[in-house]
Design a protein around this ligand. Sequence first.
Ligand SMILES: Cc1ncc(COP(=O)(O)O)c(C=O)c1O
Length: 259
Amino acid sequence: MSPVAVHLEDAVHRWLIAMLGLPESCAAATVTRAQMANFTALAAARHTLLARVGWNAERDGLFGAPPIPVVVSEQSHSTVGKALAMLGLGRARVTTVRSDAQGRVDAAALRQAVTGPAIVCLQAGNVNTGAFDDFTAVMPHLRRQDAWVHIDGAFGLWAAASPAYAHLMAGAAEADSWATDGHKILNVPYDCGLAFVRNAAALGAARPCPAPTSLLPRPVSRSGAPPMPHGEPGVSSCGWPCAIWATMAWPHWWKDFAG
Ligand SMILES: Cc1ncc(COP(=O)(O)O)c(C=O)c1O
């Protein structure tokens, strides 16, 4: 990606982190879709949980690795299962917790299912009903268990930017990673998926391939966050973040979006 695109992407990530009320420590990766955003964030989760027990998944693979408990709701989007399958965590070996008729995870059952470090996948915006998991009911328990909490907010993460809907996101900023799509509520062209990870180092460490070698100096983002090829599974890019930048840089955009 060109140095200009790196700076535009960096600006977009900082704007979005502020707008969505995510922790300032976050790093972000612009990827194709929420599918890939779930994958990218869950790769950081896998890296972190295994690193805590002395295992380097990126170097040594998963053969002989200590098992990682994974907990999802029965109404998780299919792309979460697909991401877990691609990461070698297995779509079927996860613990699945029941949800209510609107697709919200049963908070009491979830608390019961998580009794130690685990990857826990929650949802902001069910694709069929729009329902949000009750983050405030589960986050304190999940923090105590040292779980990595990932929120799939393909549509719903944007609620945090709207005074009318921000209450649905209460407690969501306590999570460790979030996935969303610019090409949904933000209405920019396709291929503007976004992954956010609280611990920037985990996002960089989980990238499946090393940064390409180059004889030229690498562009560096002003915020110090890793530029895109470091955080996302791909290497080259056609500059997707420029579409988000062009939308958000419009003078009245912010006011109109948040209503
Ligand atoms: C909750 C949720 N997660 C993930 C996705 C997958 O999004 P994409 O098709 O952009 O990968 C969707 C799509 O509708 C969704 O609603």
